[in-house]
Ligand binder design. Structure first.
Ligand SMILES: [Zn+2]
Length: 277
């Protein structure tokens, strides 16, 4: 299936990608699993984040190995601070020439520059990848429950429209593995956030079990927000992976009982015309 996120392998590293996007050759993209890295002690073994207790030099080496799949390296990786907000930073030529790679208070990045690789990190949260192939322009957003309630994916679509003349009808969206509604029991704080959200109609919560506790569906909620912004439903590529259910492939914050855990990395970039990678 061309439109299903698949676990694939290149240079001995398993990762997730969408065959449809691989085929177009407009962008490179991928989402790491927990397999393929150099770290072995605490978090087996492909930790991409600095918060999980892995040795920072190993984290950098893991990122380097992952980026090397596409012939890229850490020097071109642009990332946001990821504060569960809704700020979208645009990476233009000026930012690249000034050597800016880290974007404070930012949870989403957008660029039309071919020299930038956009990256984001998660362990249960959702990463959302954007491509408007006719501009072309790409984006990536980090969406946990806070970002989802704040409508961060809507901000990305609006910025792509306003700043890059992207056509929502042509925007394609890929969702990463994340914690599934099966495992995402939520408490008062999340329920209140959904109720107060300007996107409350789009938020998807399920009551489950005798307890009547509520479960939050990150992917369905973001899908609804995207469709409200004019994205076509057949341009939104979801998946059924749950990071908590499958600990052989994924790190999970909840699966670790709320302790620190490793992080996955998602990347997307515009390919150079004629690139082989
Ligand atoms: Zn699950």
């Amino acid at each position: 299936m061309q439109d299903k996120l698949q676990l694939t392998e290149r240079k001995n590293i398993p990762f997730f990608s969408l065959p449809l996007w691989e085929k177009t050759k407009i962008c490179g993209h991928g989402f790491s699993s927990r397999l393929g890295g150099v770290g072995v002690e605490r978090t087996i073994s492909f930790d991409m984040g600095f918060k999980g207790g892995e040795n920072p030099s190993r984290v950098l080496e893991n990122r380097e190995r992952f980026l090397a799949i596409w012939g890229k390296n850490n020097s071109v990786l642009c990332t946001g601070e990821q504060v569960h907000g809704r700020r979208v930073s645009i990476i233009g030529r000026e930012e690249l020439l000034a050597g800016r790679r880290a974007f404070p208070k930012t949870d989403a990045l957008v660029t039309a520059e071919r020299k930038a690789v956009l990256g984001a990190f998660c362990a249960d949260c959702l990463l959302v990848f954007f491509l408007e192939p006719s501009v072309p322009v790409v984006g990536i957003a980090h969406a946990g429950w806070r970002g989802t309630c704040k409508g961060i994916v809507s901000r990305v679509v609006r910025i792509m429209k306003r700043q890059f003349a992207a056509d929502p009808q042509k925007i394609q969206v890929l969702m990463s593995p994340s914690i599934g509604a099966c495992c995402y029991e939520i408490g008062v704080e999340v329920i209140e956030c959904c109720r107060r959200s300007s996107w409350k109609e789009e938020m998807v919560l399920y009551p489950a079990g005798k307890s009547g506790h509520l479960y939050f569906d990150l992917r369905a909620s973001n899908r609804n927000v995207l469709m409200k912004e004019g994205i076509k439903s057949n341009h939104i590529f979801g998946n059924d992976f749950c990071t908590k259910c499958d600990s052989s492939l994924f790190y999970s914050y909840r699966g670790s009982g709320g302790k620190i855990t490793g992080s996955h990395m998602g990347i997307i970039f515009l390919r150079d015309t004629g690139s082989d990678h």
